[in-house]
Design a binder for this molecule. Structure first.
Ligand SMILES: Nc1ncnc2c1ncn2[C@@H]1O[C@H](COP(=O)(O)OP(=O)(O)OP(=O)(O)O)[C@@H](O)[C@H]1O
Length: 208
């Protein structure tokens, strides 16, 4: 169980921000297009270094370890996933599905084992999106930064993604920062809600 701390964090779109995400909790982030949600997640993941302040995971500060090692712990799922190898399975770092959670996660996301042999190009956007989440969860990150992970998914697939992420967060104690545009989704996730406006976080209704 790890707590994620944003401390006086400044990034290209604003700040300084203070936010604490407790282990296992889900916090949603909304805001107008261009308000800085993606760039904030990228700053937390150290993909674009913050302009000031600090991010900590438990007692570890972001600057204390190399970027790739930080991102194995604090995983960023972009709105558009990247695929570079021929098949789905070729993107997975260890033998596919040796682990019970992995099998469960794949099934929860609506796939069977055969998907691992599938070439990537014919996959739909929604299939790639769900498989990108599977790839991220297989690395067992200690915190999750999800950039509109259900944008464009149908309600059934959206429900599957929400259930799996909630289960992962509760099971592992990973905090989740989830960019969404819908209050209903935040409600279903039982999340604390924030809106990003003019580079600052504003509490929204619900569990605020
Ligand atoms: N490296 C950068 N340097 C300066 N400005 C940037 C950089 N990267 C993105 N921006 C700008 O920051 C603004 C916010 O971008 P960001 O992608 O974070 O918005 P967003 O809130 O995620 O929007 P959307 O909801 O449309 O995805 C945009 O105007 C973008 O052009």
């Amino acid at each position: 169980m790890s707590t994620l701390y944003l401390q006086a964090l400044e990034w290209v779109c604003g700040g300084p921000l203070e936010l604490t995400l407790r282990g296992g909790e889900c916090v949603t982030l909304s805001g107008a297009s261009g308000s800085g949600k993606t760039t904030l997640l990228r700053a937390i993941a150290d993909l674009d270094p913050p302009e000031g302040g600090e991010v900590r995971l438990g007692d570890m500060a972001r600057h204390e370890i190399e970027g790739p090692a930080w991102r194995r712990r604090v995983a960023f799922l972009p709105a558009e996933s990247r695929w570079w190898a021929d098949t789905v399975g070729a993107h997975l770092p260890r033998p596919p599905l040796e682990n019970r959670f992995d099998r469960h996660a794949l099934a929860e996301l609506g796939f069977d084992d055969a998907i691992l042999e599938s070439p990537v190009p014919p996959l739909s956007t929604g299939e790639r999106q769900r498989l990108a989440l599977f790839r991220v969860l297989r690395n067992r990150p200690q915190a999750l930064l999800l950039d509109e992970p259900t944008a464009g998914l149908d309600p059934v697939s959206t429900g599957k993604v929400e259930r799996l992420v909630r289960e992962y967060a509760r099971g592992t104690g990973a905090p989740v920062l989830w960019v969404t545009h819908t209050a209903e989704q935040a409600e279903r996730l039982g999340a604390r809600r924030y809106q990003l406006r003019a580079g600052k976080l504003h509490t929204e209704g619900g569990k605020g």
